[in-house]
Every structure is written in C-alpha cells, then in structure tokens.
Ligand binder design. Structure first.
Ligand SMILES: O=C(O)C1=C[C@@H](OP(=O)(O)O)[C@@H](O)[C@H](O)C1
Ligand SMILES: C=C(OP(=O)(O)O)C(=O)O
Length: 409
C-alpha cells in the first residue's frame, strides 16, 4: 500500500491517543511468562513482533518463522537452547537471515548449548536442540547488540546455578539491559550489575502477579516529531505512560525540549505541548542508549532546519535495514545535505524540502513512521506503508485522528 500524506485538516492539534504496550517489555514478559506461569500481563503490545513471539512460544512446529522480529529471534534462541527435549529451527525474513546472531550462539555454546547453522554461519536459520545447562559463567561481547545479553539474562534464573555474565568491550543500548534486569527484579529474581559483570541468581518459582506494560516510548517519538512541527499550543495526550519508565526512549522528553515540545505527566498519560522556543543551530546527540529514535530525530531536524550530529549509531546498520544508508538516501531525495559513517550521521541545516517525494521504507517500520510527520511541511508519499505494523498496528489510523489527510495511491 502506497499512500500520500497531505498536512492537517485543522491548524491546531488537540487529540488524545492510546498507544499499545512496549514491544520490548512485552517480548521479555512473554518469555518470562513461559518460564514462570505465575505471571499475568496487561497492556501487552499488539505489534507483529509480539504476535510472532506469542506464536513461537505456543506452536509445536519444528520450524518457527519470526519474520522481522529481532527481539523474538534473539530471546527465543536462549529460550529454546535451555528447553530440554525440544528441537526447533528458528528462522525469519530474508533480512533476519542477514542479521548476525553468532555472538549469542557462541556464548550459549560455551555454556553447553547445542546449536548449529542451517545456512550461513553466524546467521539464522539456526537449529537448536534444547539441553540442560549447568555451567554458570560466560563472556559476551557487549558492543554489537544488547539483545544477546538480555536473551541470556531472561533464562538465567532457570539455570541450575544461575548465571554470571562478563561483558567484553563497550556496552551498547544499556537501558535495554537495565529493562531486563528491572523486570527480573519485579519478579523478585535477584540480580547484580557491577562494572562489566552481571549476575542472575537461580529461582524456581515466583509469587502470582500481574505486570502492567507501559505503552511504547519508541512509538511516542512520532508524536514528539509532529508536535515539534505543529503550531504553537498544539497538544497531544498519549496513554498509558508514567514518569518512571523502564524504556530508554523516554529520553525523548528531554531531547524534544530543543524543538519546543513540553512534556508533562498526568495520572497515566503524558501531554506533549508545543511552546515557544529559541531554536538551536546545531543539535549534538549521542544515541547509543536510544538507537530506535535516531530516524525520528534526523527527520525532525531536517524539517525544522536544525543541523545535527548524531553519534552512537553503530547498531543501525544491522537493524531492519541499514538505517544510516536508508536515511541518507531518502533525506537526500528530499533536498538534504547529509553524510553518514558506520556510526554517525551529520545533517546540514536544510534550505528546502522537496515536495511529493516517494519515501522508500526498506521493510523498516521506523522509516515509514519517522518520515510521516514531514507532511506538516510538504505533501509526501510513503511506499509500502503497511510496514508500520511491526511495532505499531494502528499508526495510520492515529495519524488520521490527528487530522492528517491520507490518500491511498
Ligand atoms: O532489547 C530490546 O528490546 C531492544 C534493544 C535494541 O537493540 P540493540 O541492543 O540491538 O541495539 C533496540 O534497538 C530494539 O528495538 C529493542
Ligand atoms: C530494531 C528494532 O527492532 P528489532 O531489533 O527487535 O527487530 C526496532 O524496533 O527498531
């Protein structure tokens, strides 16, 4: 489905939107629920990635296809590695078959897991024969993806002796590791994280409990971008959010102050309001803790004629697409002067925005959603707009609710 987006039907926005649960929290809790049946989950994410996770955890099939879902691929690798008596082949989309998994597989093999590659060494599909793990110490490289670390931590308390993980090198996406540990702690599973050593202590059963997932902050980023581009006093209320979040992307509240977006927290919602601001000439942000909002911020800067230097982007090349190259290509078509390395992006202050450009989305939900707010400046076409469902089922419906005019092409 290709669509044309053309501005707002009303000048000032004043809407309330409910966003589904965080896909990161949900996919962790789904694994944990299968390890500890005492857990009930509320406000579970309705994203494709969480649907894939639920299917993978309930099917009896040998071959399990998790589509584009990175967390499902990585978290399920450890889950099935320790599931005695079960043999599965974990596979995914063509892109997933080119997203590396060797660091995690090697760590699991060091612990005694039985995993082999079905095609290319280091990449899915992988064959996993569940086995009992008794070793309790392993080293893992921390600078490629935090998902490998979370994957091991999620199953660690069910290992006979728990687990001690030694993280090697610089650690990336740390808030996601802390999210995993916080969820374990909510279940009263004991953990510690000191310098580069993480320990998880064994736990057989937990108390019956319900965990309410906070809504997804990465999804909130697109509303931050829209309010940044909207008229003064425009306002969007998003639910259900809280001030103390497990999600690193909640740093949006601070970052978008640069664009005149004021954030205030209510009982279970957050209000984003456009206020007057003195614009910065250049924005410098290190996004190693929040890689998923890089595309949103780059597009906001372009639309708002703010130059930016975004660093800490070394993980972007192995996400749903090479996000650095994709941003470069699409922003250049729109009239930007942009350069990228394998870990950073530099955007010059823009002088024009070309109208009616077709944005390619590269099977990447965040390419479609990050570019959508630009329609508050010029008409813009989004190709294969259905990609959004990877993380956000009703994204286009919610855009319509804000007053954005959408036409199917
Ligand atoms: O653990 C998680 O839920 C995630 C970790 C991050 O990945 P990396 O650690 O690979 O950067 C993030 O980009 C992804 O969307 C979700
Ligand atoms: C990178 C992402 O997801 P994953 O790695 O889980 O596919 C994302 O949602 O931006």
């Amino acid at each position: 489905m290709d669509i044309l987006l053309q501005g707002l039907s009303n000048k000032k926005i004043n809407e309330k939107i409910t966003i589904s649960g965080s896909k990161s929290e949900s996919n962790r809790l789904l694994i944990l629920q299968n390890l500890f049946s005492e857990i009930s989950i509320e406000n579970l994410s309705d994203s494709d990635d969480s649907v894939h996770m639920q299917h993978a955890l309930s099917t009896k099939d040998e071959v399990i296809n998790i589509g584009h879902a990175g967390t499902a691929m990585r978290f399920l690798t450890s889950y099935f590695a320790v599931k005695e008596g079960r043999e599965v082949v974990l596979t995914g989309s063509e892109r997933m078959q080119n997203r590396p998994i060797e660091i995690l597989v090697n760590a699991l093999k060091d612990l005694g897991a039985i995993i082999s590659y079905e095609a290319k060494v280091g990449y899915p599909p992988i064959r996993i024969k569940g086995t009992k793990i008794v070793k309790d110490k392993v080293q893992i490289n921390g600078n490629v993806s935090s998902q490998y670390i979370s994957s091991l931590l999620l199953v660690a308390s069910k290992l006979e002796n728990g687990l001690e993980l030694e993280l090697i090198g610089k650690i990336t996406s740390i808030p996601y590791i802390n999210m995993t540990l916080s969820l374990l702690n909510q279940l009263k599973i004991e953990t510690s994280f000191k310098e580069n050593i993480i320990k998880v202590y064994p736990k057989k059963t937990i108390k019956k409990q319900t965990i309410v997932v906070e809504s997804d902050w990465s999804s909130a980023s697109y509303f931050y971008s829209i309010i940044a581009l909207a008229d003064i006093d425009s306002e969007i209320k998003l639910s259900a959010y809280k001030n103390e979040s497990l999600q690193g992307d909640s740093c949006l509240a601070e970052i978008y102050q640069h664009f005149g977006v004021k954030t205030s927290f209510g009982q279970d919602f957050v209000t984003l309001k456009k206020v007057r601001q003195t614009k910065r000439e250049t924005l410098e942000i290190d996004l190693k803790n929040a890689p998923d909002i890089a595309q949103t911020i780059a597009v906001t800067c372009f639309a708002e004629k703010v130059a930016c230097n975004l660093t800490g982007l070394h993980t972007l090349k192995i996400k749903e697409t090479d996000r650095l190259e994709a941003l470069k290509e699409e922003l250049t078509n729109l009239g930007a002067t942009i350069s990228v390395t394998d870990k950073s992006l530099h955007l010059e202050k823009s002088v024009k925005i070309n109208p009616n450009i077709s944005i390619k989305t590269y099977n990447d939900h965040r390419m479609a959603m990050a570019f959508a707010p630009l329609c508050l400046r010029v008409p813009i076409k989004i190709l294969n707009a259905e990609v959004v469902t990877k993380s956000y089922q009703k994204f286009w419906e919610d855009m319509k609710q804000l007053g954005i005019k959408i036409e199917e092409l």
